[in-house]
Design a protein. Structure first.
Length: 364
């Protein structure tokens, strides 16, 4: 079989996979979530196996501890967050009105300094933008309901995810061995090297970034509560949990917290403390947490992560968001591999350079 036929087979398989993912994205979310849980907990199962625990018993113990901890945390936080969510929505009209009154003098001054023709253009643009924004928000809410928040979807997530996680975690080593047996023998060593690099990248980012998000959620929630910010726990936990999107967690958190603080407090000191909390959190994330827990060698740049999450969500909904980081890791590793092969190729180096250069350990 020629190299061109090999390439055609791989691209055909990729096209079929993407087509099935697009067609079944609305029902795949609990299965992908179960696979993610199994992947996340596999090192713990391997550690218990080394201590003499059977794989099945290790899987039962790990998943039971994982889901019990998740349910206990939800039960503990739900009453607190429920009160803060209700309070925030109750105060939201007053918050908006207060912010409008505070910003009105500045806006009037800006309008007074603008020429009449520019003012008219801004009004037309604002009207058009508002209409499009409302349509986009309504479409987004409808899409969220269709794809992730319908009762059936929530029930399937709660009921199916633990079952999928159990069977995949129990049979993880068997699945990996079976897939390895199916690899083309000629390309198997190269594929194994690239898959190991993909696994290192995903593990370094996902497991490390999850730890970073949990630490930041706890830090922001506790500190904002101590400052006395209304709904501080809700804002802090939300800002921490979405910190897996580079820069978005800190920016969204500080915007929401500062908006509430400016309305709630009559003095500047609490508002300054709120800003300091996010400055300290962002500094700790950038210079301590991310280097220690994620590492600087995962090969996933912040802009690439943001693009992957947005593209995955736009193409495949919540399933695409879950698959975005693994897909970004795969593409990143494949691009680096392709660039490495290109730099060693005849096309890049030329015939004379290849004759003069000694062959590497693989004979290339």
């Amino acid at each position: 079989m020629t190299r061109g036929m090999h390439t055609a087979i791989w691209f055909t398989g990729l096209a079929v996979f993407l087509a099935l993912l697009s067609l079944l994205s609305s029902v795949l979310f609990p299965f992908v979530a179960g696979m993610a849980v199994a992947y996340f907990l596999d090192p713990v199962a391997d550690r218990l196996e080394k201590w003499g625990v059977s794989r099945t018993l290790a899987t039962v113990l790990i998943l039971a501890a994982f889901f019990v901890a998740a349910v206990a945390l939800a039960i503990f936080l739900f009453p607190l967050l429920q009160g803060q969510v209700v309070g925030l929505f109750t105060r939201l009209p007053d918050l908006i009105e207060t912010l409008r009154l505070q910003a009105e003098p500045l806006l009037k001054q800006m309008w007074a300094d603008l020429p009449p023709d520019t003012l008219e253009q801004l009004r037309d643009t604002a009207g058009s933008f508002t209409s499009e924004a409302v349509q986009w928000i309504l479409g987004l809410l409808a899409g969220l309901w269709r794809e992730g928040l319908a009762l059936f979807q929530l029930l399937s997530l709660v009921l199916i995810t633990p079952v999928v996680a159990f069977y995949i975690l129990r049979d993880w080593d068997l699945i990996v061995a079976r897939l390895d047996d199916l690899l083309p023998r000629e390309s198997a060593p190269t594929i194994r090297v690239q898959v190991a690099e993909i696994d290192r990248t995903i593990a370094g980012f996902v497991r490390g970034q999850a730890s970073v998000c949990l630490v930041l959620a706890g830090f922001y929630g506790v500190c904002l509560t101590l400052v006395g910010l209304q709904s501080g726990l809700l804002v802090g936990i939300g800002a921490g949990l979405i910190s897996f999107i580079p820069y978005v967690g800190a920016l969204a958190g500080v915007a929401a917290a500062m908006g509430i603080a400016l309305v709630q407090f009559s003095e500047w000191t609490p508002s300054v403390l709120v800003a300091v909390v996010f400055l300290v959190g962002h500094a700790a994330e950038s210079y301590v947490l991310t280097p220690k827990l994620v590492g600087g060698r995962v090969g996933l740049q912040p802009i690439w992560i943001i693009f992957a999450l947005l593209a995955g969500g736009a193409l495949f909904g919540f399933t695409g968001i879950l698959l975005a980081v693994p897909a970004a890791a795969v593409i990143g590793v494949m691009v680096r591999f392709a660039v490495e092969r290109y730099l060693r190729s005849r096309f890049y180096r030329g015939e004379e350079s290849l004759r003069a250069a000694p062959a590497d350990k693989d004979g290339r």
